[in-house]
Design a protein around this ligand. Sequence first.
Ligand SMILES: [Zn+2]
Ligand SMILES: [Zn+2]
Length: 305
Amino acid sequence: MGKGGEVSGDGAKVEEENMAAWLVAVNTLKIQPFRLPPLGPHDVRVRMKAVGICGSDVHHLKTMRCAHFVVKEPMVIGHECAGVIEEVGSEVESLVVGDRVALEPGISCGHCKYCKGGRYNLCRSMRFFGSPPVNGSLANQVVHPANLCFRLPENVSLEEGAMCEPLSVGIHACRRASVGPETNVLIMGAGPIGLVTMLAARAFGAPRIIMVDVDSYRLSVAKSLGAEDFVKVSTNSQWTISPHAYGVSIGSSNPTLSSFSTNSLYHWTHNVGSTTINRGAARVTFAKVAFEFSQRIVSRIRNTD
Ligand SMILES: [Zn+2]
Ligand SMILES: [Zn+2]
């Protein structure tokens, strides 16, 4: 952190202590010093300008865990981020001081079969900002590999840059599900990820998008962003639809499932993903089932219009 300090009245550099938001206990964030690692030859040091609050950050804050990740020691949260380059490593040629960049938050191993196959998002050795035990980016500064920092065009703000990561989730989902001008789409959940997926589906040409949520406000936001149809569901009532009524095959891996509730589609796909399908393939199945399912619902809604 030698550089980037302020200059005092007599011209001497004042060492700046890097600070970050540390999650130390349930519902307890503390702003505390965050010592940066030394700048490697292929690293850059970035002054953080915008950091989004992800649902996973909120889970960590409220429960000290998210899925199977458990926060056991104080951890800096945050991973949706953009900032300005303040220092570059000796070998970095792609970026210069002053560049505005969006940061890809996951550092993959680079040599497992997934990384070698170009699917580095599936790397089992991924070190992801703000996913325990890896510290995140809700900090004044972070050090990050230069090849995971992407220069932003002039017309993209730093706040928009911080949203590149969640937006990429929606784009990836639409690619995996082959969304196009012939695809009607149903999206379960109108939170930020549901909304960016909606925007991506629209950009991919989806003619009709249906949003499902328990929250009227979220559905109204989806409407303002251009969704066509809405299904408001209750957390209490079972939203039961026989998959067979819509021609959706659920396969033989889960013979007990005879109807979908608002949660069961997720749980079913999650279980299938963890027990019977290879890493990565589960997502295809999820996308295919979800989108095929959505088409059946779309046609049902059309028939009852
Ligand atoms: Zn996120
Ligand atoms: Zn890997």
